[in-house]
Structures are given as structure tokens and as C-alpha cells.
Design a protein around this ligand. Sequence first.
Ligand code: MRU
Length: 356
Amino acid sequence: MNVGGRPFRTVWLEDGCVRMIEQNLLPFRFEIVRMSTWHDTAKAIRDMTVRGAGAIGAAGALGLAQAALQAPDRGFHEAVAQAADGLTRTRPTAQNLFYGVGRVLRAIQAEGDDLRAARRAAEAVGREVADDDAECCRLIGEHGLVLVPDGARVSTHCNAGWLAFVDWGSALSPVYAARRVGRNVHVWVDETRPRGQGARLTAWELGQEGVPHAILPDGATASLMRRGQVDVVIVGSDRIAANGDVANKIGTYASALAARAHGLPFYVAAPTTTIDPGCPEGGAIPIEERSADEVRTVWGWSDEGRFVQVRVAPEGSPAWNPAFDVTPAELIAGIVTERGVVPATPEGIARVARVR
Ligand code: MRU
């Protein structure tokens, strides 16, 4: 997608380094950073330089490719296994990370002791994971176009746009597709406390693409629905269980409940790499818990052009900071995947889930 009119991806491999957009600086600064080793790439996933299910899946896959390219012959497979373990320990919820790293690891192992072939396969499959992510998201836009007629007012939560994937995005891909066929669309962007992915990232990327939008505090979404100003809700997902329950950024469940109360369709858009067929229901999805300081403080951009952190709560107050929640399948009108729109039911999920 475009930044200042120039096309970019969020993450890619170049000269053995994983390059990525530094998302912690957005929307204040646009910078590309370079990860020289898999350790750097793992750190970038952990500290959310790169974030969003598809983007961290691709970063993990490319990080493992990088590990294979750099590992010495002696102890090659041990070094690769250690990197796969280190990369997947960075964040626990997004299934795409486990999918991306697992796919590259299997390709390396399939070459056995032919280490030249193993390195070649690692690089090729790492790039494939990234390319597939972009292509799946483009197809999600095509399948989801029907949800975004001319004049649609779409509500979304967090950032499930192109910054959260390699390109196009999931929840926002139908919006971008609708714009490209000339439809007018307005997007209501939930701010998404505590890290502000909606206010900082979704608003920024919609602005870069010239999509009309407005940011609202998370608590205002239900009122907006009650006032009749929303036609459809589309959100992304970090992991989808086999029964159709969906984990997504904290606050998604509240949006789904509000949509149900106001008779609005609530859709989830995700590539099938987000489906975890081994996870029977939402209660089994590991939910990342983050530092209480993310709730007690906010980060902002000062007039001097520096990131500053300020306290917004009493220093000693305890806080709870789950990064994700689970929306039960019965609140979901459908799941938009690259293979079509399916119901959030065991049968619907089984119809599109990938066989590993
Ligand atoms: O910023 P993150 O990595 O914590 O958030 C993950 C997400 O991007 C969202 O939950 C998003 O809505 C899912 S779609 C990638």
C-alpha cells in the first residue's frame, strides 16, 4: 500500500537482513529499520516494532530464513531449532507466527543434511510466507467487497489494515477494494487503548490512502451504533478456534456485543493462516498479558519531536492489561477469508482451514 504515494510492504528480506517499517514511531515518523540477525528480528517482534498477526507471521518466517542463512554448517540443525524456538516465544497469541515459523522449519528439515538446499529452501519459503500473506489479504478484499456498498459506514477495532500484514490488511482490505472500484466509504476507527493501534496506525494508513475516517474513544462505539451511524463492523483476528470463536485485540468482544444489541452485522476478516485447527474453542487460546504500565501511562510525541511517556493513573494503582479478548462464534455474522466468506461454525471453519 502507499506511503506518500509510494508502495511499501511492512516487512521483507533484503541482503540477508529483515527490513520492516518501525511501527512504534508511527504516525509521527516513517522509518525503515534493518534487523541483521534472527535475534534482532525476534526482539523487533517482542517490542512491537513489527506487529499485527500477518506481519509478525512473515517476520517470524523471514527471521528463521535469516537464521538458516547465517548458521554455520557445524550444529546447523540445532541452531535453526533454537532460532525457531526463540522466534515463537516472542508473542503467544497470533497463530500466524507459529504458522510462518513452522512452515519454514519444515522446509529446512525436509532437506536433511543437504545444508545448501536447506538454506535455499529456507529463503524461498520465508519469502513465500510473506507473499502468500499479501495475496491472501488481497483476496479477502475481493470476497469482502460485498460487505461494503457505496456509502457504507464501517466500524473497526485495532489495526487490521496493511500495517498488520505484509500488504492490504484483513478488515480494511474490503474497504480498500471498495475505494478502488469508486465507492464512498467512511471508517469509524476505535482508538484501541492502551497502545492506540486504531488512533495511531489505522487512522494513519487510512489517511495515506485518502479514506475518510474518524477516530473515537473505545467507549463511544456503542453510542455511535445506537445513533444509527454504523452499517457494518469488520475486525481482524489473531487466532480463530475450530469452533469459530475469535481472539482479537482487547475491546473487540465489547464491540461485538454492542453490534448484536443494535442488530448490526459483525464480521471477522482473516487469512486462513490465522485458523488454529488444533484449538477447539476460544477458551483454549493463549491470551497475552502485558505490562500494567501500558495502562497507567501513555506515550505521545512532544513538541520537541521526542517520544515521551506520561502517567495517567496513580503510580501505585494495580492495573490489568490483557492484550486480546475472545469473541464467541455466535456473535459473528461470518468470517471473510481468502477462500470466501464462511459462517463462524465448526463446519464453516473446516471448509477453509489449511491442512498442515
Ligand atoms: O498490535 P498487536 O500485534 O498487539 O495487535 C494484533 C492486531 O493487529 C490486532 O489484534 C488485529 O486486530 C488483528 S489483525 C492482525
